[in-house]
Design a protein around this ligand. Structure first.
Ligand code: HEM
Length: 81
């Protein structure tokens, strides 16, 4: 039971720059990670997922398969897909 808004994929895709905000999706959640990108331990690679899904990238970079990474992500949740 979430009170967060529902966004379309089209809306998420509009957010892929620091100007417009950087949004990603993960397992049906929408995350505004604009404030996190400069703190990302993996640097600019995070921008490859801007406006889209994290899953294909996190499948390649298994370092994200840890509880503490999901805790970071959860701080940035803004809605549901
Ligand atoms: C490392 C978070 C997206 C590539 C990390 C680490 C965190 C993190 C916490 C350090 C993990 C550790 O060492 O314990 C996130 C979050 C993301 C995100 C919250 C999305 C919101 C991505 C994407 C890519 C990526 C999309 C690739 C396209 C990497 C790489 C490292 C890394 C290569 C390893 C850096 C190193 O140790 O040299 N990320 N990441 N990340 N991330 Fe991400």
């Amino acid at each position: 039971s979430s009170s967060l808004p529902v966004f379309s994929q089209e809306e998420v895709t509009k957010h892929r720059s620091l100007e417009d905000g950087i949004w990603v999706t993960y397992k049906g959640g929408v995350y505004d990670i604009t404030e996190f990108v400069a703190m990302h331990p993996g640097g600019d690679k995070i921008m490859l997922a801007a406006g889209g899904a994290l899953e294909p990238f996190w499948a390649l970079y298994a370092v994200h398969n840890q509880e503490h990474v999901l805790e970071i992500l959860s701080d940035y949740k803004v809605g549901e897909l």
